[in-house]
Design a protein. Structure first.
Length: 384
């Protein structure tokens, strides 16, 4: 076990109590094999003498992460065990996923406090690149990862991915046709019975930007307007989408694959689909890791990035409750997906344009749409 002084967790002031690390996650951490541990030592490129030397000079690394605590923490602990470098982990809240830390990094640009940003999606990483907050680093451990998703200059590197899915309550849909497309959210049969998370935050915001890129401005705006007309409920987070569909408050919901997997592991009466497999495809949401320009512990940051991009880390994320799809083809896909990545139709959306699109949408159309939903929700509340 790692001592409490080996991992210091700093949180945003508004950060609520996080969920406990699932038992399966703890079990997977304990089962990390000796071979993988030795491989990790080799992969971060250090010998004992060099590690001790660096540890005396730079003993920690500051990691900002929008990844769920249950998955970020075990890997940070493993890194600390392997390298003797203390990880100071700063987590985002569920409700402001990615956006809270992104704004913090922007505010700290002239005096960086973080060394690494581990993002749950690549769009926020591309935003940091646009604002000159990231630094180039081509990790030797990126070999084997597909080049098309990551920045070619190493401003960010993508690895293990989730996907956007539609979950549905099997009891409520018993004998009925399951949804197959995100456009089912605006179908009359699901009027008032569908939900999604706030599109200003997290993976839902990336999905919104991807829709504007793939469908075009006019059709994407029409889609969001029809969500309103069909009384689709906007909730605070993907986690709340999962909980409300499981509870039977809604028949279907748009969320992430890890949320669906957690619900299934808990025995919830839900099913899920990868949407639009006969059309535009579903959205792939890789992790992305960023070296922060001018961070206080650059060398330790590179070692952490090397560790995170290793095949062993992708394997661990695939086997955890996150059920993340490794981007390396030689790593078996999680059973949750039922097929390898190459057999899944994906949306053809480019990360860099999405970053620019998201910044514009967050200050324009999407902000107005969210305010409209919040106003409608207030009107529907019974008066006291």
């Amino acid at each position: 076990m790692i001592g409490p002084n080996q991992l210091e967790t700093a949180r945003l002031e508004s950060c609520p109590q996080r969920e406990r690390v699932p038992a399966q996650t703890q079990s997977l951490t304990r089962k990390w094999s000796r071979g993988a541990l030795l491989a990790g030592l080799f992969l971060v490129g250090c010998n004992r003498r060099e590690s001790e030397q660096q540890s005396r000079v730079h003993s920690d690394v500051v990691v900002y992460s929008s990844v769920d605590d249950a998955y970020a923490r075990p890997l940070c602990e493993r890194f600390s065990q392997v390298t003797k470098i203390k990880v100071r982990l700063v987590l985002d809240t569920e409700e402001t996923k990615s956006t809270g830390l992104l704004n913090r990094l922007i505010a700290e640009k002239t005096r960086p406090q973080a060394d690494v940003f581990w993002s749950g999606d690549p769009v926020r990483a591309a935003v940091l690149q646009r604002k000159g907050i990231s630094a180039p680093y081509l990790s030797p451990q990126a070999r084997g990862l597909p080049a098309g998703i990551s920045d070619p200059q190493g401003q960010f590197t993508a690895f293990s991915a989730r996907m956007r899915v539609i979950i549905f309550n099997q009891k409520l849909l018993e004998g009925k046709k399951a949804p197959a497309s995100i456009f089912d959210l605006i179908a009359p049969r699901f009027r008032g019975k569908a939900c999604l998370a706030n599109p200003l935050f997290g993976t839902t915001s990336m999905h919104a930007a991807a829709l504007f890129q793939v469908l075009g401005q006019e059709k994407a705006k029409e889609f969001f307007q029809r969500l309103t007309e069909n009384k689709v409920k906007m909730l605070s987070s993907n986690g709340e989408v999962r909980r409300r569909v499981v509870a039977g408050d809604f028949e279907i919901g748009l969320t992430d694959s890890d949320d669906a997997n957690v619900a299934l592991k808990e025995g919830a009466p839900i099913g899920f689909v990868l949407p639009d497999q006969d059309g535009m495809g579903t959205l792939l949401v890789p992790n992305a890791v960023v070296l922060i320009a001018g961070g206080p512990n650059a060398e330790n940051a590179k070692r952490f990035i090397d560790f995170l991009l290793s095949p062993e880390s992708e394997q661990w994320l695939a086997e955890s409750e996150a059920a993340q799809m490794a981007l390396r083809g030689e790593i078996a896909p999680p059973k949750f997906f039922g097929r390898p990545l190459g057999e899944i139709r994906l949306m053809k959306a480019d990360v860099a344009p999405m970053a620019a699109q998201l910044e514009e949408l967050a200050q324009g159309f999407l902000e107005e749409w969210v305010q409209q939903q919040m106003g409608l929700a207030a009107e529907r509340r019974p008066s006291r």
